[in-house]
Design a protein around this ligand. Structure first.
Ligand code: SF4
Length: 582
């Protein structure tokens, strides 16, 4: 079996070394490989921004062989919690690494000056790029595209000003429209003085011969394109969820002060976005689904004349919730304008929106004033939020520097922790109930994608901590398998465990396919070991009072059940980590 190929780049010296690790194959790739490499490189006793802390980008064994094996897993030490973190992104990132002949790219050290890392199948360089420092993420990509040839085979990952300022909300913008979004990986790159990473995939990949592989590929392709399984993602996309969640009283509005606004949802629905703002669909490389919905913002650039420019901006359910309903906006064009601003600043849209929602309520309550912010924040005030995004990204003034550290961090300074909608990091857009709140608060990535808890709540199960924990642990294991294969999680119905085993067998890795359930459990445990090694204590994660004030279609959230579930899930996490030797 081919070994895993890892390129280790030492940013301080500009040198690199290739490693081939046969034993790393057992980790599959993606999440499993990232956690395995993290255990080798990371320093649990050092701070998140210590130069020795690694940033790891890993793809999976099926990348390039099957559709939607399109993600790259970025593992790093998070500035938000100082421990193991993962963020996943698509675009061309995974295929570029595959065609550069790499399974993983590991960055260690700190470049002495702002730099760009360029990696290809036959070259590595760390180039001075002081002229890019301070530049917004869109302009930066434009310049790099001009300098590095290979359109279509090249993937460009870069940070905006938020990453340079090391905000825990800073993301890494990937190609056009994709992101390593959460937990501050943009800050981790900024702390290494790296403005951008460009990967050029200029090699080719030999596909298996024979009918078996071709027939399996055709089956999968058919499921992805000719069945109902993926139709939602292509049609309205994830914004389709806005209306049903509002109807369930599970859509956060106005900093989660409300969970439904029947009078307003019509102007923020997926259909309304499509009717008024949708330009086209786009897709990650190698994906026939095309779930990426692209809208536009239009700006007058000559005030005295009718001269406009427009930019294309992608939208999804989560950014619409965070920069739309959480801020009580009422028009797609306004949400897209804010999305364009966070894109340029290199801020994670979800964290930025939720932090601004906290700041707005804090101002309404008089906890902060205009003297702190320099701005009159008010729900629905798009033009004020546009200025606020710039100030937050630049950490301009004391207040914005605090808020750039997170809504909970700002609340520690000014008060208002009860209504900071933070569950490990700023919340995702599901006020579905206790299981989701516990899942995000304790989940390894503090992500709505760690488990399907939002669906579990919507099935309205009886209160049963043991059953809920069984679901969380079991569902996470299935997802770890998928993210270790770097499958897009939207394709989870297509890529069942059995089918993943068939895929591995079809490319000659049948020995990895023999007991994927056991493999998933081992990889799940390994990730938790990394999280716990840096001092993570799941029982100590606060779930602010605002979450216990939520009323959904099932009635008020039960604070007692929430606390019991948190306790039980925390125990399960510790037990999971102890299942395999460290
Ligand atoms: S479904 Fe969407 S996110 Fe998933 S690979 Fe395709 S375009 Fe990318």
């Amino acid at each position: 079996m081919n070994p895993v190929v890892i390129l280790e780049v030492h940013l301080d010296t500009g040198t690199a070394r290739l490693r081939r690790l046969p034993e790393a194959r057992a980790a599959l790739g993606g999440s499993g490989l990232a956690a395995t490499l993290f255990s080798q490189y990371a320093r649990p006793t050092e701070a998140w921004d210590h130069p020795d802390q690694p940033i790891i980008f890993a793809i999976g064994p099926l990348t390039g062989y099957f559709p939607l094996m399109s993600k790259t897993v970025c593992a790093f030490v998070s500035p938000r919690h100082g421990g193991y973190a993962e963020s996943h992104a698509g675009g061309r990132s995974a295929l570029a690494l595959r065609f550069a002949g790499l399974d993983a790219l590991v960055l260690v050290g700190r470049a002495p000056r702002p730099s760009v890392v360029h990696v290809g199948a036959h070259h590595v360089s760390v180039q001075d790029a002081g002229y890019l420092w301070g530049m917004d993420a869109l302009s930066c990509a434009k310049l790099i595209r001009r300098q590095i040839s290979g359109s279509g085979h090249r993937s460009i990952w870069r940070i905006g000003v938020a990453g340079e300022r090391r905000s825990p909300m800073a993301c890494i913008n990937v190609d056009t429209f994709r992101h390593f979004g959460r937990l501050g990986c943009g800050a981790a790159l900024g702390a290494k003085n790296i403005k951008a990473v460009a990967v050029t995939g200029e090699e080719h990949q030999t596909l298996p011969t024979g009918k078996g592989y071709a027939a399996l590929y055709a089956d999968i392709f058919r499921d992805l394109t000719d069945t109902e399984m993926m139709h939602k993602y292509h049609n309205l996309g994830t914004p389709e969820n806005l209306e049903p969640l509002d109807a369930l009283q599970a859509l956060p509005w106005r900093n989660l002060q409300a969970t439904s606004k029947p009078e307003a949802i019509g102007s923020m629905s997926g259909q309304h976005f499509a009717d008024t703002a949708l330009l086209r669909n786009a897709a990650c490389a190698g994906c026939p689904v095309g779930c990426v919905h692209i809208g536009f913002v239009r700006e007058k650039f000559l005030p005295q004349d009718n001269r406009y420019l427009y930019r294309q901006v992608s939208y999804d359910y989560e950014p619409i919730f965070a920069l739309g309903t959480m801020l009580d906006l009422r028009a797609p064009t306004e949400v897209l304008a804010l999305l364009d601003d966070v894109e340029k600043a290199g801020l994670d849209a979800m964290s930025a929106g939720v932090a601004l929602a906290w700041a707005t309520e804090a101002m309404e309550r008089g906890i902060i004033t205009e003297a702190h912010t320099g701005l009159r924040l008010a729900f629905g005030a798009t033009h004020v939020y546009r200025e606020a995004i710039t100030r937050m990204a630049e950490a301009r003034q004391e207040f914005w520097a605090h808020l750039a550290q997170g809504a909970d961090a700002a609340a520690q300074v000014y008060g208002g922790a009860d209504f900071a909608c933070v569950l490990g990091q700023e919340m995702a857009g599901y006020a579905t109930g206790e299981t989701f709140f516990v899942s995000q608060a304790l989940g390894l990535r503090h992500s709505h994608l760690d488990t399907g808890a939002y669906s579990y709540d919507q099935a309205n199960p009886p209160q049963d901590t043991a059953a809920a924990v069984r679901f969380l642990v079991g569902d996470e294991a299935e997802r770890v398998l998928l993210t270790s294969m770097v499958a897009c999680l939207f394709a989870r119905k297509v890529y069942s465990r059995e089918r993943l085993a068939q895929c591995l067998t079809a490319i000659g890795m049948g020995d990895l396919a023999s007991d994927l359930a056991a493999t998933a459990r081992i990889l799940q445990a390994r990730r938790w070991q990394q999280r716990l090694a840096f001092g993570f204590n799941p029982t100590a994660i606060p779930i602010p009072r605002r979450f216990t004030e939520v009323v959904t279609w099932r009635g008020p959230v039960d604070a007692h059940y929430l606390a019991e579930l948190q306790k039980a899930y925390a125990q399960a996490i510790k037990a999971l980590a102890a299942e395999v030797p460290a």
